[in-house]
Design a protein around this ligand. Structure first.
Ligand code: ADP
Length: 966
């Protein structure tokens, strides 16, 4: 049982808690809503009880930007405890923002299910503690800095002292040096004095000794010989001074000794030597002389003082010793012999040693050489080591092939040449490594970074003493050029073979010496042989026709004998099929490797078609020539580019030149009658430019006889096979007679027509008279008969008028009488007449527009009548004919449309020619002059005439006239 009186209620409990010195608060939720805060906490915040119920952010807005609010949220969310020591927080206390330091804890309080129900917030303000600690730290740092400075100062003071001491020493040294100097000067002075005394002493000494003393100067002249010398030689000092001692020296010693002396003199070195000299008793004495060089106080060379002693006795002993030595020598020799044997053995040993040394040296040289060899080798070499195939060595050549820099050395091959991935090489290397079997590649294609390379290569496994592969030696030769060149040759050969096949050539070759003859199947076929049969040179020649054989055989033998190329054309009769073919054989000599001509190769082509075509052309040309001759034509040709003008003799004759004359193109134009000249020139010019056919009948006046003659000229522009230049060629025919005939015929027609006109006019008048009478007498039959007669007479009149007009036109005598009139009026006049004349048809004149023209009213009326007449004539009775007259820009256009038989396209232009009748009108009478006259009349008016038509549907004829400008 619990004693409730011992438990405080929660309010009291809170009041008690309020008294704790630790600041405490309870928050709820992510925003840390203040549930409870004890007085200590409120003091820290600088707030009163009013903050209870507010979120921390609302209660303490200055916390924004500081980490605490987010820390509360985390504690709530994640159920954590967060704490910190000496953590700075900026808070507003009494309206001032200040930094305080806290030890704090935010603890998540959980219920029995582990759910966070509150955040317990406890804090202790440690600002004082913190600031004090900081102050102490800073004071410590300062003190340490001071100590360091002190130490430095002390060190400086010590260095200073040392410097002072050195300075003092230097000072003392200087003093000492000064004293030394004074002492030295003193010493020099006393030395000079000593020297002078020494010279005197020397002379006394030299004269008082039995040593031979002599003095020489710096020029090697003797300047002093002592008494010992004069005593020995018996010569005076003066004699001796001028080289009087040299001749006394024994001949055998003279040169040697003088040399010793002179050599030493050159070098200013001491000398010493032995020599024999003749004394005054006539005996040779041995002297041993030596001399140190002398130097002046300034160090320069002063000559020699030589001193010599008599060594004759010693020399004597030497000779005796030598004799003894000779006896010893014999013994020695024997020893030497055995020695020599030893020496030989020794030498052998030495040479063996030398050989070993050489071998060693050459070994190391070889290794260096090998390295250089590999580096500079003309074939590409690389050494790959280990399973990873590291490029250990790669010479210049292989780097060139790889297209890499020296920097690839040391890298695994796969990194050195990554582009090899996907190509067979890496796998091959790996296989060589595994199997230890070398691999050889031939003309392998490698795709390297910038290019394709063909290489012959080998992968050689290098094995250790246990036979395990540890390296691979790669060697390669770049054969790209050869392969590419060979491929090109192969391509060229293929192309050539294709060409030969395409052209269906037969091919052959023959050895110039052995005369072995090799032929293709096609060649056999050309000579009428079967493919399995042998074809010999003789066999081939036998198939050539008799008249060509000898010629071909000769040409062939000449070519074979080295006489250049061979190109012959000949006919053959096939062996089995008896077929005639024309063949062209081309060949040439071919040099073998030695440069000598050894084979003769060639092709044979079937040119039968060509030859036959040529023959046809030739035939055609001959035929044409015959035709030209038969028709008595002259021919000409003009080069369209150069205007070169070539004419046949008959041409000259026709135009009236003598055979030996050479008329130019201009000469030919000049003789054309003036009224035709420009027309002819324009037509020729336009033919040259446009290629249009030229055709003209024109008169010309003979240069020599002045006679007029008529010619018909025809010409056409023809291009050569290359299409680069054209030739305007053609013929001319003398048509003078024909023109004259026509003239006569025209004159005759004109005359007859004229003669017919008078009786027909009176016939017409009489008929009209009779008609009036019959009408009066109301004799219907006669009226009708006369009506028809009048119509026929009218037709006859029209016809006669046409013939008259034609003859006038041809002779240039047609008379055009122009006046201004309205074409519509003429149309209406025509209408009245046509309605009676062509009552058989349904005529419609619509639309008719007014149009003033300047023309011959009768002739234009004649044109309209002719066209309407034709429309009626060439269409069935009762069909419609529509006539219109309309403005078309600056012309007036008359159209006559019928529903008649129609005209074929090819005749649409021809029907306007004189006497031309289209073959659509077998049963309809006419002369074919109506349209010709109409065309000529309109030409004389600057008008045009044409027709459009569809066979079986109908035709429309149009003509135009310029509208008169008033
Ligand atoms: P003709 O009528 O006297 O034969 P033309 O010179 O008037 O002579 O006519 C020439 C030829 O044109 C005629 O023979 C005829 O074949 C053809 N022709 C002319 N007009 C027409 C037409 N409207 N319909 C069909 N053919 C026609």
């Amino acid at each position: 049982m619990s004693d409730n009186s011992l438990l405080l209620n929660s309010d009291t409990l809170i009041e008690v808690l309020n008294l704790t010195k630790t600041a405490a608060a309870v928050h709820i939720g992510e925003t840390a809503v203040i549930q409870y805060a004890n007085d200590e906490m409120l003091k820290i915040w600088g707030k009163g009880k009013e903050v209870v119920g507010k979120s921390l952010a609302d209660a303490l807005p200055e916390l924004e930007g500081q980490p605490f609010i987010e820390m509360f949220a985390r504690v709530w969310r994640e159920g954590l405890t967060l704490n910190g020591t000496d953590t700075p927080a900026d808070l507003i206390i009494d309206g001032v923002l200040k930094t305080f330091y806290f030890d704090f804890e935010y603890r998540a309080v959980k219920d029995s299910n582990g759910k966070v129900i509150a955040t317990l917030h406890s804090a202790v303000d440690v600002t004082d503690r913190f600031l004090k600690k900081e102050a102490i730290e800073r004071a410590q740092e300062k003190e340490e800095a001071l100590i360091r400075e002190q130490l430095l100062n002390e060190e400086l003071a010590a260095t200073n002292e040392e410097l002072n001491a050195t300075n003092e020493e230097l000072h003392t040294n200087r003093e000492e040096l000064k004293n030394l100097n004074v002492e030295l000067e003193e010493r020099v002075k006393s030395r000079v004095k000593d020297l002078m005394e020494t010279e005197e002493r020397f002379k006394t000494m030299a004269e008082g000794t039995d040593i031979f003393i002599a003095v020489g100067d710096e020029t090697s002249n003797a300047i002093f010989f002592n008494k010992a010398w004069t005593n020995l030689t018996g010569r005076s000092m003066k004699d001796l001074l001028s080289f009087g001692w040299v001749d006394l020296v024994h001949q055998e010693d003279r040169e040697r000794y003088v040399n010793i002396y002179l050599t030493a003199f050159e070098k200013r070195e001491p000398f010493a030597g032995e020599f024999r000299i003749l004394n005054k008793e006539g005996e040779y004495r041995w002297l041993y002389a030596q001399g140190p060089p002398r130097f002046k106080p300034d160090g320069s060379f002063a000559g020699y003082i030589s001193s010599a002693i008599d060594i004759t006795d010693r020399k004597q002993e030497e000779i005796e010793r030598q004799e003894l030595a000779e006896a010893l020598a014999t013994t020695n020799e024997e020893l030497a012999a055995s020695n020599e044997e030893l020496m030989v053995t020794n030498e052998e040993l030495v040479s063996a040693q030398n050989l070993l040394g050489d071998a060693l040296q050459s070994l190391s040289q070889n290794e260096t050489k090998l390295r250089h060899l590999i580096l500079d080798a003309p074939i590409a070499i690389a050494l790959l080591t280990g399973r990873g195939m590291i490029v250990e060595t790669a010479n210049t050549k292989i780097l060139e092939i790889w297209g890499k820099e020296i920097s690839v050395i040391g890298k695994p091959i796969i990194e050195a040449i990554p582009e090899l991935i996907g190509q067979p090489f890496l796998q091959l290397l790996d296989d060589v490594f595994t199997t230890g079997v070398p691999y050889f590649g031939n003309e392998a294609k490698a795709l390297l970074l910038n290019r394709d390379v063909y290489v012959n290569f080998s992968y050689q496994p290098l094995k250790d003493k246990d036979g395990v592969t540890n390296n691979i030696l790669v060697t390669a030769v770049d054969v790209t050029e050869q392969v590419v060149a060979r491929k090109k040759v192969e391509e060229a050969e293929t192309a050539m073979r294709l060409a030969i096949n395409a052209a269906n050539f037969g091919t052959w070759y023959i050895h110039t010496v052995s005369r072995e003859f090799v032929t293709s199947d096609r060649l056999k076929e050309l000579f009428g042989y079967y493919p399995h049969e042998e074809l010999s040179v003789e066999g081939a020649l036998a198939q050539i026709t008799d008249e060509h054989r000898a010629f071909v055989a000769r040409k062939f033998e000449l070519a074979l004998a080295g006489n250049g190329d061979y190109d012959v054309t000949y006919p053959v009769i096939g062996l089995h099929n008896q077929r005639l073919r024309w063949l062209r054989a081309i060949g040439n000599l071919k040099a073998d490797d030695s440069g000598e001509f050894s084979t003769f190769t060639g092709v044979v082509m079937d040119i039968t078609d060509q030859v036959l075509a040529n023959k046809k052309i030739q035939q055609a040309e001959e035929n044409m020539q015959m035709a030209i001759n038969a028709a008595d034509m002259g021919t000409y040709s003009i080069n369209s580019k150069t205007l070169e003008f070539i004419i046949s003799p008959r041409f000259k004759e026709i135009i009236g030149f003598y055979a030996n004359e050479q008329p130019t193109l201009q000469d030919c134009f000049n003789i054309i009658r003036e009224d035709y000249r420009n027309l002819a020139m324009e037509l020729v010019d336009s033919s040259l430019k446009t290629g249009a056919k030229f055709e003209l009948e024109y008169p010309l006046i003979g240069v020599h006889d002045g006679k007029e003659r008529w010619v018909r000229g025809l010409g056409e522009l023809i291009y050569d096979s290359t299409n680069t230049q054209g030739f305007f060629t053609g013929v001319i025919i003398d048509v003078t007679e024909k023109v004259k005939d026509e003239q006569r015929k025209n004159d005759f027609i004109g005359m007859v027509s004229h003669e017919l006109k008078t009786p027909i006019t009176s016939l017409s008048a009489y008929l009209q008279l009779l008609q009036k009478r019959a009408q009066k007498a109301e004799d219907e039959f006669t009226v009708n008969a006369l009506d028809k007669s009048v119509k026929q007479v009218k037709r006859m009149t029209t016809m006669i008028n046409d013939f008259l007009n034609i003859s006038r036109l041809e002779s240039g005598k047609i008379n055009i009488d122009k006046q201004i009139f309205d074409l519509a009026d003429l149309m209406l006049d025509t209408k009245d007449e046509a309605l009676t004349l062509f009552s058989s048809h349904e005529l419609e004149f619509y639309p008719i527009e007014n149009a003033l023209v300047f023309a011959d009213i009768d002739k234009i009326g004649q044109v309209i009548n002719n066209i309407i007449g034709n429309a009626a004539k060439y269409s069935t009775q009762g069909s419609k004919i529509i006539i219109s007259c309309l403005h078309k820009g600056d012309v007036v256009e008359v159209a006559v449309k019928d529903e008649g038989i129609g005209i074929q396209d090819k005749d649409l232009e021809l029907m306007f020619e004189r006497y031309h009748r289209v073959d659509n009108n077998d049963n309809i009478s006419g002369f074919g002059i109506g349209l010709y006259l109409s065309l000529e009349i309109l030409n004389l008016h600057g008008g045009k005439i044409w027709a459009e038509s569809e066979v079986g549907v109908g035709s429309t004829f149009y003509f135009t006239l310029p509208i008169a400008t008033t």
